[in-house]
Design a protein. Sequence first.
Length: 328
Amino acid sequence: MIVVTGAAGFIGSNILAALEAAGRGPAAAIDWLGTGDKWRNISKRRIAAFAPPEEAFAFLADNAASIEAVIHMGAVSDTTERDVDRLARLNIQFSVRLWDWCALAGKPLIYASSAATYGAIEAGFIDDDAAAALAALRPLNPYGWSKKAVDDIFAGRAASGAPRPPQWVGLKFFNVYGPNEYHKGDMQSVAVKIFDSLQAGGGVRLFKSHRDGVTHGGQRRDFVYVKDAARAVLWFLNNPRVNGIFNLGTGASRSFLDVVESLGRAMNRGLEVEYIDMPEGLRGRYQYFTQADMTKARRHGFDLTFASLEDGLMDYVGRHLGHEDRYL
């Protein structure tokens, strides 16, 4: 049995689906479901067991003999979260306890880091987990800091020879989009925000560029389709000798205008864009470019091919957004 934390979340629920499709399910799901529609993310899945996060370690202890690995996607993922004690408790302390349990029980641990650990840099997205390289990163918000803190602790322990899980992998997810992100509110991808605006009779709005040499809509991100992200997690799970912190992106940077144009083709309609001023408070810390350097993963044998933005959005619209039941 594989345990997935954050199992009802965006990436976690896609991992459950990927495990099931690969014949590795049903998995055990650890998460809070709340009072909204988050439960629908896992309504089609076969689940071996459920536990809320506050009962996670009792569940792990009771089922240690049957647990194959832990995939830790659970976290406060809101980049605007300002309760740093909450981030420290749920993102850092919980993750460290999982490391300790996996090290003692001899279970692999794959966990979600984030490209937010890189901060404001717009070049050199190198997933170097050496202490000096990690120390040089300067996240822009408490969320990014909490993810960096976990990377620092885990990489430091591995380098020092301290007890560690038999496999440990941290994945720095770049801009993930796709089915089951609907509960994320303002943290949803620009693709689903635009689609829903159009369905409601609204239009397409993008931030203007406030940097010389970058056109409006020319701000660029490494957009990775969530189904590919889930397949990548399984690749690492299936390669237990691979350890460390790795970027998880396509390795290609695409503009927000590319998203609009690709979405228009997927919806078979022309889209006009209204460009709006970026809030003053955001301009000084806005990233105009991200792109995962996938060299390290490829060097370790990672051989998956990622969907292009066009193909990912075609699948997203054709199999999910364009249907009454959007869920994977």
